[in-house]
Write a protein that binds this ligand. Structure first.
Ligand code: PA5
Length: 473
């Protein structure tokens, strides 16, 4: 499908971050932005120089995967023809992207639609090890009609491998040798256990490139295979991402949306005490993009040392909100609470349908004023009104406008956030692409469950301070 760059370019409106609009007490001045121009240039150059290298392999995904994309499309076609259910087994970066794209592009009640109305199999992402959730999944799918996509870059994450063991056991008991036709592995080509298992069992396998970390992996087979199975135009998604990358080629901060938002967020967090980043889409379809962003922002920027080894403890706590729902939950705090956050509104100009509010309650003007409008007008008015209210209260915010929500704009949005994260990491001088804090928890889990090679970690845990009963009531 062809998408118009002119009509579908997403726009970043950062007026309400600036002192000249929101006031000097909270806002960022143009002088302040100018004063970090050399840091901004350095961050730009750092990201440009690192592009495609090391853990920045994700910058090459938008344009460099033609063969992989064809393989994914052919595989997806077979799955759509032969399976009633498609289940992703994965967690963190191996799950949040597929969920975000599914919710953004597919029908909001996709799984409840009749088969003839759905574009593909029913879709589930199992990104937890709550036993009740696994049991519930098994209550609604039929394993012999299901394709399972086991997704783990490291090939050893306990949660994902647990799910694999359970599902494989069920499949083998039900289908014998044919079990292998119900599992696709998406994993690293060069390391981990899943690749070994996949080779031994003969699973169809897609590879996660070495330079693509979990939270930057939506545009590789991790996200593209589930998306293609769901009928999402993955070429459009990649085209959107490439279009955003074109804009991020500019070294001029006022022309590079990701560099600008990174610079503003960097100033907000380091000089203005804004330790919280609220992501508030005004579209149910974007609710899970906020989840995906939360992992990207938290895991990438939450670090305790700089690249040169100095202690730092930086980062911003991401908070997910949904407009208008959370106007009736969190916005009171945003408006009147502490000056500790930046709110990012995600606005959609043209929703995929229009719902009119019919005439009614003529005798009650306070209800009847709604008649004659549309829900589209209402949600738009509420977004503008909330933006106005928080701005009036001096709370920093900016708005990303999507002309429509489709594959091309979603691709732009995901790439905008990934580039912003890379620039912000560079400004903070930290490694935005590792996650030692996550690894610590993973290793402790291995030790607690007796994995070989983790005996020292087990001893460390055994020697950790014990909980005291007097503090438990
Ligand atoms: O962003 C990351 O690297 C992590 O959140 C991982 O995606 C997550 O821990 C799952 O790891 P894996 O894909 O190796 O199973």
């Amino acid at each position: 499908m062809r998408y118009s760059k002119k009509d579908l370019k997403i726009r970043v409106d950062y007026n309400n971050m600036m002192a000249s609009v929101i006031g000097r007490s909270q806002g960022i001045t143009e002088t302040e932005l100018d004063s970090i121009s050399s840091e901004i240039s350095k961050a730009y150059n750092f990201v440009a120089a690192g592009s495609g290298i090391g853990m920045m392999g994700w910058t090459k995904l938008a344009t460099g995967q033609d063969d992989v994309v064809e393989d994914i499309l052919a595989t997806a076609k077979q799955i759509r023809r032969n399976f009633e259910y498609f289940v992703v087994l994965g967690i963190g970066g191996s799950a949040l992207g597929p969920i975000a794209a599914f919710k953004a592009i597919n029908h909001l009640h996709y799984n409840d639609l009749k088969k003839s109305k759905r574009k593909g199999p029913k879709f589930y992402v199992e990104d937890n090890v709550d036993p009740e959730r696994m049991a519930a999944l098994l209550d609604v799918i039929e394993p012999e009609k299901t394709m399972f996509n086991v997704v783990t870059k490291s090939g050893s994450t306990s949660e994902t491998m647990t799910q694999y063991l359970i599902i494989n056991d069920i499949l083998v008991k039900a289908l014998g040798d044919k079990a292998r036709d119900h599992i696709i592995a998406t994993t690293s080509k060069s390391k981990g256990n899943l690749i070994k298992i996949a080779a031994r069992e003969g699973y169809k396998t897609f590879y996660i490139p070495d330079g693509v970390g979990g939270r930057f992996s939506e545009l590789c087979p991790v996200g593209l295979l589930p998306a293609a199975v769901l009928g999402i135009d993955i070429k459009g998604l990649l085209q959107g991402a490439a279009f955003m990358q074109e804009q991020c080629e500019s070294a001029f901060v006022k022309r590079n949306p990701a560099l600008m938002t990174a610079a503003l967020m960097y100033l907000a967090m380091t000089k203005h005490g804004k330790n919280i980043s609220v992501m508030m889409p005004y579209a149910d379809g974007l609710q899970f993009v906020a989840d995906w962003y939360a992992q990207l922002w938290a895991e990438s920027l939450g670090k305790n040392k700089t690249l040169s080894g100095h202690a730092c403890n930086v980062g911003q706590t991401p908070v997910k909100a949904l407009g208008v729902t959370d106007q009736h939950s969190q916005v009171q705090l945003y408006t009147e609470g502490p000056f500790d956050k930046v709110i990012t509104f995600l606005a959609v100009d043209k929703y995929r349908c229009e719902v009119a509010i019919p005439e009614g309650c003529k005798d009650i003007p306070d209800v009847n004023f709604l008649s004659g409008h549309t829900m589209n007008e209402l949600i738009k008015a509420e977004q503008l009104a909330t933006e106005y209210a928080v701005t009036k209260a001096g709370k920093l915010n900016y708005t990303i406008n999507l002309p429509e929500l489709n594959e091309f704009t979603l691709g732009q949005l995901l790439m905008l956030f990934m580039m912003e994260t890379a620039y912000c990491g560079a400004l903070l001088g930290i490694d935005a692409f590792n996650q030692p804090g996550v690894e610590e928890g993973k290793n402790a889990t291995y030790a607690l469950l007796g994995r070989r090679g983790y005996e020292d970690k087990k001893a460390e845990l055994d020697n950790a301070p014990k909980k005291q009963n007097r503090f438990i009531i």
